[in-house]
Design a protein around this ligand. Structure first.
Ligand code: GDP
Ligand code: MN
Length: 396
């Protein structure tokens, strides 16, 4: 589950990570109140107004702006709230901004030497360890840094059973070229950040930039936090932070009925039982010259109702040019699924794209007969290759 910047910062701060302080606002008037309150607390007269959407690159899209006085806070908040923010990480339509974070300006006016670093914490799946990835090249696209100056990206691998050792935190500060007070602050920052990552059951932290002020404070200016969905049951407070407006509507709907669905960019919808078979089916579609439009695992209890729901989800995607149903009947009986498909087809009315169905396993022969005799425009296949050929046929 992805979080907004302000929510991510709240979590970081609860573990002692220094953050750029801010207050979230949904109207320009609230933004003004927030700015006044921040001025009382921090003494700063300048504020930065930041669009809260689940996408990075907001600065480039005009979603992060500096306000030098209260009038500007009001004007800029009014401009950003309600806008469709287009950034390098959104679609061309952009994302609607429902709220802004009014934050203290931590780049003191006139600060001649603010340093921006990059830091993320994530799981390195190939070593089975947590990893702190960091760079002196903060504030910019880390992908570009990785491409053009990969030697400026450092990795610190942390054994999850041992935890972050003090020497590792010091190595991070050292590699970032810090000394004195800044060095000390950075080791504190890294230690708190790692603790936050583990204890919040996150799967990704990305702090870009981490700021070093001229008076040697180390501050998280941005925060991208992803919490592991499978751990949300033990973090009710984080689960409540979910903002479904930011999520794919079809994925939200699928989740509500217990289907695992992931929206993709391709043209062949697929309905499969079991995640492994779903992955194999996506490969098959690619080999046949198509692109999967989704990942959809209807699970082990693929009954008629679930099949119909799944069809409806797939059909919401206007890019879908064909649907491939690939079900293995282990516990589930193929004839039941076939009946589900026939019923769904009739209930939905007209489905004007080709459907290829491969049912294999328990009662596959009865299932094929059911489909072939249904009079519907559904093509049945028994072998994997046969299904692939049929996909190729309907796409050409
Ligand atoms: P992103 O563009 O979505 O990654 O949003 P960020 O939170 O990283 O902000 C974008 C950029 O705005 C940062 O890289 C900073 O350079 C700038 N920025 C953020 N906070 C402040 C601030 O308090 N003062 C000033 N002057 N610039 C800021
Ligand atoms: Mn950023």
């Amino acid at each position: 589950m992805n979080l907004h910047e302000y929510q991510g910062k709240e979590i970081l701060n609860s573990f002692g990570v220094e953050i750029q302080r801010g207050i979230v606002a949904i109207t320009p008037e609230e933004a003004v109140e927030a700015a006044k309150k921040l001025t009382e607390e921090t003494g700063t007269g300048w504020h930065v107004i930041k669009a809260q959407v689940h996408a990075g690159g907001r600065g480039k899209g005009g979603g992060v702006k500096l306000a030098k006085n209260i009038q500007e806070v009001k004007d800029i908040a009014g401009e950003i709230i309600g806008m469709n923010l287009v950034t390098p990480q959104t679609s061309a339509e952009g994302k609607k901004v429902h709220q802004v974070l009014v934050a203290e300006d931590v780049y003191y006016p006139g600060d001649s030497e603010p340093e921006e670093y990059y830091m993320s914490v994530l799981l390195n799946r190939s070593t089975g360890k947590n990893m702190i990835m960091y760079s002196t090249e903060g504030g910019m696209d880390i992908e570009t840094v990785a491409e053009e100056t990969p030697h400026l990206i450092f990795h610190e691998e942390v054994d999850p059973a041992v935890g972050l050792m003090p020497f590792q935190a010091r190595r991070v500060a050292f590699n970032l070229g810090l000394s004195g007070q800044a060095f000390k602050q950075m080791t504190k920052f890294v230690t708190a950040l790692y603790k936050a990552y583990v204890n919040s059951d996150s799967s990704l932290f990305e702090i870009n930039p981490v700021l070093k002020t001229s008076d040697d404070k180390i501050i998280a200016v941005d925060a991208k936090v992803t919490i592991d969905d499978n751990a949300l049951f033990r973090h009710k407070d984080y689960a409540a932070m979910r903002d479904v407006r930011e999520e794919n509507a079809t994925e939200v709907e699928a989740k509500a009925v217990g289907l695992s669905y992931v929206d993709l960019d391709g043209n062949v919808g697929c309905m499969v039982n079991g995640a492994g078979l779903a992955m194999a089916t996506m490969d098959l579609i690619k080999q046949a010259g198509g692109e999967p439009a989704n990942f959809l695992d209807v699970g082990g209890t693929a009954d008629a109702e679930r099949v119909e729901t799944a069809f409806n989800l797939i059909l919401k995607d206007p890019n879908v040019k064909a649907i491939l149903v690939n079900i293995f009947g282990g516990i589930v009986r193929c004839d039941r699924v076939a009946q589900g498909i026939v019923d769904a087809y009739k209930n939905i009315g007209t489905i004007d794209i080709p459907i290829i169905v491969r049912l294999q396993g328990t009662n596959a022969d009865i299932a094929k007969e059911l489909i072939d005799n249904s009079g519907l425009d559904v093509q049945s296949a028994v072998q994997f290759q046969e299904a692939a050929d049929k996909v190729q046929e309907v796409l050409s």
